[in-house]
Design a protein around this ligand. Structure first.
Ligand SMILES: Cc1cc2nc3c(=O)[nH]c(=O)nc-3n(C[C@H](O)[C@H](O)[C@H](O)COP(=O)(O)OP(=O)(O)OC[C@H]3O[C@@H](n4cnc5c(N)ncnc54)[C@H](O)[C@@H]3O)c2cc1C
Length: 395
């Protein structure tokens, strides 16, 4: 893939760099690298940062202008993502709406839904939770049992969702619900947009391994939403949900290697200061971690080439390859970092305060689960990339 920048892109890169230098200051700079895609650590600072980005026109850049974007090309988005990751700002607080629901609405939403919701997502004003998983319906998402029925021009929803990232902050949820109980499993589902602030929605936080309680289970008991709050047509929810998950597996990984490289630098410093670097095994592990970050970078480039149609490769397949490799290797890198820290790795600060390597080690455990588990991605690759026999499926 040709990575040389045209003069226009160089100019654009300089604009991004200058903006970041001028705005990533003060408390934003003090919170460099803080947060992940699924926690609400330092929420207020991260939200203020998202709004700073929105004011600069840097959120949802690829969206059309009428929905709050700036119609940026894929190359511009890529240049931005790389510059952005290099600057190491706080992790965006409201990324779920921007990276997951937004593209889904652009692809499947009605004009009214796009006008109503997208500008508020790109302005970091309204936050969204993803209500897909249920107890008994995770990898096997078509087993969803939450039901919705039409009553007096409104959908009435009953059921339970679980593992909703940053759900405790959400104003709205996009919920996969069974709207035709008699249809085959994949055909009777719809994706509904549901306001949280109503008596029928009960959000219960779940404390996670990193100490945060932004993760939630959500109970719907007679919850209501308007009839036109269905995305992509009634009983078409499977297709819409697969579109949303495809986005989750793809774009979020493009500049991840830069974050990982920084973590490896921290692990190297830790190994030097504890003396762990005197071990040849540790040195080999750190070198192997560094190589893995390089492979993540190349996987990201392959994904871009596939998205742009420049490689003849299939973007969904490449996204699965990137996800399996990155999540598995990131877990191993976390283990190396913890060993590099020595016994200090077992001690947390007051109020369960974690240092960046401890937080990374714990968070990486989730990466092979969310957005489609490693085993499911391997099944997908076996079937779609290698042409192996399909796994038996329930109808
Ligand atoms: C940090 C985090 C954030 C999340 N955020 C959200 C969110 O915002 N919204 C949301 O809806 N969900 C969210 N999830 C849930 C996530 O999508 C599910 O956990 C995931 O899909 C797996 O489902 P499960 O937990 O039910 O596990 P299961 O599906 O029960 O899987 C258990 C194990 O069995 C394996 N397995 C299952 N089926 C197969 C198969 N056919 N072949 C081989 N192996 C198989 C799995 O790989 C896994 O190892 C989040 C999860 C995490 C960890």
């Amino acid at each position: 893939m040709d990575l040389s920048l045209t003069p226009e892109l160089e100019e654009f890169r300089d604009e991004v760099r200058t903006w970041l230098e001028e705005h990533l200051v003060g408390e934003f700079a003090e919170h460099r690298g803080v947060g992940t895609s699924s926690d609400d650590v330092a929420w207020d600072v991260r939200l203020a940062w998202d709004r700073e980005l929105a004011a600069g026109g840097w959120l949802c850049m690829g969206w059309p202008e009428e929905y709050g974007g700036r119609g940026a090309s894929i190359d511009q988005q890529l240049v931005f993502e790389l510059e952005y990751a290099r600057a190491n700002p706080p992790y965006k607080a409201t990324a779920a709406g921007q990276d997951l629901l937004g593209p889904t609405l652009l692809a499947f939403g009605s004009e009214e839904q796009k006008r109503r919701f997208l500008p508020r997502i790109s302005a970091a004003e309204e936050f969204w939770g993803q209500g897909f998983s249920e107890p008994g319906a995770g990898s096997d998402l078509a087993a969803v049992r939450t039901k919705a029925r039409l009553e007096d021009g409104e959908w009435v929803i009953d059921g339970q969702k679980i593992w909703m990232s940053v759900g405790a902050r959400a104003h709205w949820m996009y919920v996969l619900a069974r709207t035709d109980p008699d249809a085959p499993r994949h055909q009777g589902l719809s994706m509904l947009l549901v306001p949280v602030d109503q008596p029928g929605v009960d959000v219960r936080p779940i404390r996670n391994i990193e100490g945060g309680a932004d993760f939630c289970e959500v109970f719907f008991e007679g919850a209501r939403t308007a009839e036109d709050m269905v995305v992509g047509g009634v009983n078409n929810g499977w297709k819409v949900a697969m579109g949303a998950l495809g986005t989750e597996r793809g774009t979020t990984l493009l500049a991840e290697h830069l974050r990982v490289q920084r973590e490896i630098d921290l692990a190297i410093s830790a190994a030097r200061s504890t003396g762990a670097s005197r071990s040849a095994v540790m040195r080999a592990e750190l070198a192997s971690s560094w190589s893995a970050a390089k492979i993540m970078e190349w996987n990201g480039r392959r994904l871009i080439a596939a998205i742009k149609g420049a490689s003849g490769g299939d973007a969904a397949t490449q996204a699965s390859i990137s996800k399996v490799f990155a999540s598995e290797r990131h877990q191993r890198i976390g283990e190396v970092a913890i060993r590099a820290m020595g016994p200090a790795a077992e001690v947390v600060g007051p109020d369960y305060e974690l240092n960046p390597l401890q937080a990374m080690y714990l968070h990486a455990r989730a990466e092979s689960i969310y957005g489609g588990t490693t085993q499911i991605q391997l099944n997908v690759l076996a079937e779609r990339a290698l042409g192996l026999p399909r796994e038996p499926r329930r109808r």
